[in-house]
Design a protein around this ligand. Structure first.
Ligand code: FES
Length: 108
């Protein structure tokens, strides 16, 4: 496992449902947290096309993408890169990890 900086606890992995997106407010940020099986992905909860919550969209567990519910842009959960129009800019992503059954994110 790679070494990450100070992490913020987001809760128990068991409290996240695989394949569902959830909005969490942490410090001054609004995040979308997605669990797929034993992995967790964290992006800014703001579509780069317009200001819209990605947490309201659908998760594709096969391709590891999230779809914006407003106009249908897709984003890769690994890196926040857009994979379909109308979005052309990435969404910020954060390092996340699961440790001792807890989900942690690094907000550096
Ligand atoms: S606001 Fe997300 S695709 Fe338009």
């Amino acid at each position: 496992m790679t070494t990450l900086g100070p992490a913020v606890d987001l809760g128990a992995l068991d409290d996240f449902t695989s394949g569902e997106a959830r909005q969490l407010r942490v410090e001054d940020r609004v995040l979308v947290v997605v669990r797929i099986d034993q992995d967790v992905y964290v992006l800014d909860d703001r579509c780069s096309h317009e200001d819209f919550s990605l947490a309201q969209g659908e998760v594709d567990v096969e391709t590891c993408e999230i779809e914006c519910a407003r106009h249908g842009a897709m984003f890769d959960l690994h890196d926040g890169a857009p994979t379909s129009l109308p979005a052309t800019r990435p969404v910020a992503r954060y390092d996340a990890r699961v440790r001792d059954g807890r989900v942690e994110v690094v907000l550096s």
